[in-house]
Design a protein around this ligand. Structure first.
Ligand code: WT7
Length: 657
């Protein structure tokens, strides 16, 4: 098997032997504590079905209790708690009103500094008003609704309002461009789009409505209404009849709203994510099982309690923003911080200032952000009071031990445990992670599976790898409640992508991993053609398709190259129609970068573009991606290039000709 990381980095991970147990002080107040965790593990070891059923009875509020637990009739299309009925927004809001209506649910900070707080009662009222407004427009259970918004409280209100009426939301990250919005609208056949006139990012306006309009003029025929939140106040085009202001939609609406009771399997949302082939796929999540996972993992992994102030910096455009901003913490009645803007605006102290100002206790971010802020030195965070912090989290990619140690020392003041959480859009919630009051951590390892999660590492035949530190495919051997249910419109792709490799026996995550003598998991990276750029998943094929859509491009191959802040950056090898551009190609490379940005979004822009007369192909016409990866990294070529159709191309690809 091809492990995507170089041998050198495997080596450095294997020799990592620092261990950090939680402090006695942290352990003493944590839940689960050691005893509670071992009880959860032993319950789960008696049978995951009974384990999850007990959790679902205890932690969710059911309108109609379930009698079936796991339905494997159509495996691997598993169903959980299928005859039970509930409403997700009731579980996130209504259940807290009597005892904790005044508790703060959301602390929102705008990029320009304005702070707005919503109590549970206020948030509930806003969600009900908007849900009623949606209903008045004819929105109903099962409708798909695209949410294309900045990171505002209204984005959470929109998601929860969809859940309240049983509509299926699909959030599109505000950094994605018009064609991405169009593809998602068309695949989901969405009836409504909820957006804003614009958002603020690093002092500039991101023109969301303009992009939504563009998406709708190139497709999006299913859309009846676009609901627009007035936020930046910029002048925007408005299409009479189709476009409606948010404030008009909610005007006069009641602050209570009868929830739509849905079956536990009713889709709560679709979230599109990149794979190795084709366009992004709509990962479909359920209502009951998903919420159970989001609620439990928020508690287990972040030790959240009544007085915590939890700040997960992820945008709602990603699954992290779904599970650890919108759903998990609210289901637990916690307080979340959300921030609209750029992490370095107006300066690189913004995150630390916000932690100080809002007395954030639990902070969850991505290694790419940690590395970017680490580069700016210790003096910036050290000039803020970070003493409110008690727990730190990391997600999105393996965290390199150097960044881990900096996070631990400078941000966590050597007192905060770090939870390195492994999971995916498809798993819905955290699967492998320390339980902070119990697990001793090792920099770079996500440690061990949570209760009820049966992970393993298997070889090409699907057999557990033998020997310590042997690498293999990371798989999950038993279904779990928050797992994806299917790919919207494409169940065949669901089975093919996640199950077929080992005869539908295991869920195949697409990552390689190994396990050390203590049973700790070390994630090595993707085994498919998926890049992880700044914690965001990008399919190489999507970027290649965007490049070849340019009138001058005949062929393109995209690979990842290690990057000290982003983890990986996009490296594109490009073949032009006609002559290969030579001499000063800077302007053309910039044009191609911007072209990709317009097609997909800024995060997909290649850092490097290299021109060649051809791509390295085997005699059967297959592009040798491994060779391209070696070249992109500037490493010595060890692959056998004698099987290449065109070996002379190598020097050109290396940029030496
Ligand atoms: C892929 C999933 C999970 C929410 C954010 C990304 C990588 C994620 C870790 C981690 C090592 C990680 C994996 C995974 N990944 N967390 N803690 N350590 N790798 O969600 O976009 O669905 O990407 O991110 O490669 O498969 P996603």
């Amino acid at each position: 098997m091809i492990l995507p990381m170089s041998d050198k980095s495997i080596e450095s991970v294997l020799t990592e032997n620092r261990v950090f147990p939680p402090s006695a002080e942290f352990a003493a107040q944590a839940h689960p504590n050691a005893q509670e965790l071992s009880r959860l593990h032993s319950l789960a070891s008696l049978g995951t079905e009974a384990f999850w059923a007990a959790q679902a009875r205890e932690h969710l509020s059911w309108h109609k209790p379930f009698t079936q637990v796991l339905d494997s009739t159509n495996a691997p299309n598993y169903r959980w708690f299928a005859d039970g009925q509930l409403n997700v927004s009731v579980n996130c809001l209504d259940v807290h009103l009597a005892a904790a209506g005044d508790r703060t649910a959301i602390i929102f900070e705008a990029e320009h500094g304005e702070v707005r707080r919503y109590s549970y009662a206020q948030l509930h009222a806003e969600i009900c008003r908007f849900a009623n407004g949606l209903r008045a427009l004819g929105a109903k259970k099962g409708d798909r609704i695209i949410i294309y918004m900045p990171m505002l409280a209204e984005a959470i209100i929109a998601m929860q309002a969809c859940a309240r009426i049983g509509a299926i939301h699909s959030v599109v990250f505000g950094g994605f461009s018009a064609p991405s919005v169009r593809d998602r609208i068309d695949d989901a056949k969405a009836r409504f789009v909820i957006t804003a006139d614009g958002g603020w990012r690093a002092g500039k306006v991101v023109e969301l409505k303009t992009a939504a309009d563009k998406a709708l003029c190139e497709g999006g025929a299913s859309v009846e209404h676009v609901i627009v939140l007035k936020h930046t106040g910029e002048d925007i085009p408005f299409k009479e009849g189709r476009d409606l202001w948010w404030h008009d939609v909610v005007a006069g609406q009641s602050t209570t709203c009868q929830p739509e009771w849905v079956g536990a399997e009713h889709p709560l949302f679709l979230l599109y994510t990149s794979g190795s082939t084709g366009k992004p796929k709509g990962v479909q999540h359920s209502s009951g099982g998903y919420l159970l996972g989001a609620k439990l993992t928020s508690k287990w992994v972040f030790d959240l309690k009544r007085d915590d102030v939890f700040w997960c910096t992820a945008d709602i455009g990603w699954v992290t923003g779904h599970s650890y901003v919108t759903y998990g913490p609210l289901a637990n009645g916690n307080t979340v911080v959300i921030y609209e803007g750029a992490p370095t605006f107006p300066d690189a102290g913004r995150f630390w200032k916000m932690i100080q100002d809002h007395k954030v206790t639990v902070f969850y971010t991505a290694p790419t952000a940690i590395r970017a802020l680490m580069k700016l030195g210790d003096a910036i965070p050290e000039s803020y009071d970070l003493s409110s912090l008690r727990l730190l989290g990391s997600v999105g990619e393996p965290i390199n031990p150097e960044a881990w140690m900096w996070y631990h020392r400078v941000i966590g003041g050597e007192r905060c445990p770090i939870v390195d959480t492994w999971w995916q859009t498809e798993t819905g919630v955290i699967m492998i992670s320390p339980v902070p009051g119990v697990t001793s951590t090792k920099p770079g390892s996500c440690t061990k599976p949570l209760p009820g999660v049966e992970a393993d590492i298997v070889d090409e035949e699907g057999e557990p790898v033998k020997g310590l530190d042997a690498g293999g495919y990371l798989v999950i051997k038993k279904p779990w409640p928050s797992m994806l249910r299917t790919i919207w419109n494409d169940n065949a792709r669901y089975i093919e992508t996640y199950w077929a490799k080992f005869g539908n026996r295991y869920y195949v995550a697409g990552d390689s991993a190994h396990r050390d003598k203590d049973g700790y998991y070390w994630i090595m990276g993707r085994i498919d053609d998926v890049l992880n750029v700044a914690g965001h998943r990008l399919g190489t094929m999507e970027i290649e398709s965007a490049l070849v859509a340019h009138p001058r491009i005949a062929e393109a191959a995209v690979v990842g190259r290690p990057h000290d802040v982003k983890g990986e950056s996009v490296f594109a090898f490009v073949v032009c129609k006609g002559e290969r551009p030579t001499g000063d190609t800077k302007a053309f490379r910039e044009e191609l970068r911007n072209w990709v940005g317009e097609q997909l979004g800024a995060i997909a822009k290649p850092d490097d573009v290299r021109f060649a007369d051809n791509l390295p192909k085997t005699r059967s016409g297959k592009i040798m991606r491994r060779l391209l990866r070696t070249i992109a990294r500037g490493e010595e070529i060890t692959q056998d290039i004698s099987t290449l159709e065109n070996p002379h191309i190598v020097e050109q690809l290396r940029g030496r000709e």
